[in-house]
Design a protein around this ligand. Structure first.
Ligand code: F6P
Length: 547
């Protein structure tokens, strides 16, 4: 058997186990079709004749001093890709974001806090305002101590942990004066700084602009901008899960109420899934006592109506397919292929940041259980894990990397055969090799505890050449779209995940093809262009955009 050319399963069970446990998915779709207002026709961003101000914490570029030379690198992540696409199409856009590196601060100071212009094709470059296709960026310098409290105490550990259900509640959190001060002097104060910057940009455009806010860093900004610029149209996209009211009760009432009232300064609050949008409205009802309408997906606050909407973010399929065909990826693909053929092995792949929400340790425990339960697979499976270290200043993240290392060492010690360890752990970002691995793997493992969307799932099915089976946690936003075409994983159940991996590895070729093709079709039909176009359509419809 060669690993790459042969699609026959190692062992084909008579009746593949529940390949499509899809009750949840169906229920959500039904509610969506019967109750929700119909989606509007998408609006082409190029036709939108209003100024747009985008706010995100992470910038589309990061400047660094490399050996005395200023270099600009593209910011990481799907959000940057999606927003660069949007900003490139709009007529008058400015992207407000944090000056995160020392060199960013130097650039911001040289421009006296006003916008810079950057081209994003190839290596990003500072250019003149007149340059065709230049992206206008306003880098905001933030007081260092306030930023540490905002980012390192409130946004990443606290809000991220509440929203991903990561607290071990018998032991944490223990809120005290430190956290209260960090909220007041960090989160509130940095939100005020960014609200000032956004309001300034709105005022420069005559007080009328569409403001698109992003992520959990800025829940207070909309209300502050609205107070200063009453004619503005505001939307906020929450890229991470929004849990129900009980999860938010972890935070002291004054904190959670301020966050919710801040968000209710928007016209539209947007999420990746129906479940998150509903949870948001339930929070407004239960935690603030406001009146909500779950048919129209709205909440009433005084005379204003705020709408909760769902727009699953996606990838630029054509760009990824192009990357998959690039020389860099093809070279890595050849290397991987040789390695697999030599080992006569099948391949499981995961690509993640080393974030506890990704459930990496349980994923390895499930892999170990798979080998315990199926000795015939020992030596016949490789697990390639691309894990990019993340947020190591947060103690829980640093500890988590240690746990990952321990479990991998144990599994490899138990199951190394003929000098070949089953798990290949790569603790750095290597997108070309990850894309090559997507192309030739048998199974993609996404077992997150909670995930707003998870773009790895969408990337993998879009470039797989071997009809990789998606083993996908039911707690990812992606599961709402792709769960019907994946092996669903229950992220706390190690045995079920081991069984799910076995099912994925032994699925008949024809079934793999059907599932992968259906998933890829969905991703292509709802790519990142639609994510933007539908938001603009709804904002136009809901607010009229001053027409
Ligand atoms: O992945 C979810 C997300 O909220 C992105 O939208 C955002 O870019 C990122 O996390 C922020 O995290 P960090 O500051 O660590 O990049």
């Amino acid at each position: 058997m060669t690993a790459i050319a042969d699609d026959d399963p190692a062992t084909v069970p008579d009746e593949p186990r529940t390949a499509v446990p899809d009750v949840h998915h169906t229920a959500v779709s039904d509610v969506q079709n019967e109750e929700r207002p119909a989606q509007r026709n998408p609006v082409d961003p190029g036709e939108l004749d209003v100024p747009v101000i985008v706010l995100s914490h992470r910038a589309p570029v990061a400047f660094r001093d490399e050996g005395g030379r200023r270099r600009a690198r593209r910011g990481a992540g799907g959000l940057v890709t999606a927003l660069v696409g949007l900003a490139g199409q709009l007529h008058d856009t400015v992207w407000v974001c944090a000056a995160s590196t020392e060199e960013d601060v130097a650039v911001a100071r040289e421009h006296k806090g006003s916008a810079i212009y950057v081209t994003m094709t190839g290596e990003p470059k500072l250019v003149d305002p007149e340059t065709t296709g230049a992206l206008q960026i306003r880098l905001v310098e933030v007081d260092r101590a306030a930023h540490e409290d905002f980012y390192g105490v409130i946004s990443n550990p606290m809000l991220w942990f509440v929203q991903h259900g990561l607290y071990d509640l018998a032991h944490s959190p223990n809120f005290g004066q430190r956290e209260r001060d960090a909220f007041e002097h960090g989160y509130v104060s940095v939100n005020e700084t960014f609200a000032d910057a956004v309001s300034h940009e709105v005022e420069e455009r005559g007080g009328r602009a569409l403001v698109m806010l992003h992520d959990y860093h800025f829940y207070l900004v909309a209300d502050l901008v609205r107070q200063r610029c009453p004619d503005v149209v505001l939307s906020h996209f929450v890229h991470i899960p929004w849990p129900g009211p009980d999860a938010w009760r972890i935070l002291p009432p004054d904190m959670r109420e301020r966050l919710l009232f801040g968000l209710l300064g928007n016209d539209v609050v947007a999420f990746h899934t129906e479940r998150f949008a509903r949870n948001f409205l339930l929070c407004a009802q239960e935690l603030l006592g406001l009146s909500i309408n779950l048919d129209k997906m709205t909440v009433q606050i005084g005379k204003r109506t705020v709408t909760a909407r769902t727009y699953p973010i996606s990838i630029d399929v054509d760009a990824l397919v192009e990357t998959a065909g690039s020389k860099a990826v093809r070279n890595r693909l050849d290397d991987l292929e040789q390695w697999l053929v030599a080992a006569d092995a099948r391949l499981i792949v995961r690509v993640d940041r080393t974030d506890p929400s990704k459930n990496i340790v349980r994923g390895f425990l499930a892999f170990e259980k798979l080998l315990d339960d199926h000795p015939e697979l020992v030596g016949k499976i490789r697990f390639l894990a691309f894990l990019q270290p993340s947020r190591l200043d947060v103690p829980e993240y640093a500890e988590y990397i240690g746990q990952i290392g321990s479990v991998v060492a144990r599994v490899n010690a138990r199951y190394t055969r003929h000098g070949e360890a089953p798990i290949d752990l790569r603790l750095h970002e290597d997108f070309p090799t990850a894309v090559a691995a997507y192309a030739i793997c048998d199974v993609v493992l996404v077992n997150s505890i909670a995930d707003g969307m998870n773009l790895v799932a969408k990337e993998a099915v879009s470039v797989s050449r071997r009809d990789a089976v998606l083993a996908l946690s039911e707690n990812t936003g992606a599961h709402e779209e792709l769960g019907a075409f994946a092996v669903t994983l229950y992220p706390f159940d190690i045995q079920q995940q081991a069984d799910g991996l076995y099912e994925a590895l032994t699925m008949p070729a024809i079934r793999r093809r059907e599932l992968r093709q259906a998933a890829a079709d969905i991703v292509r039909a709802n790519d990142v262009g639609k994510w933007l176009a539908f938001q603009l359509a709804d904002l136009t419809e809901i607010t009229g955009l001053w027409s």
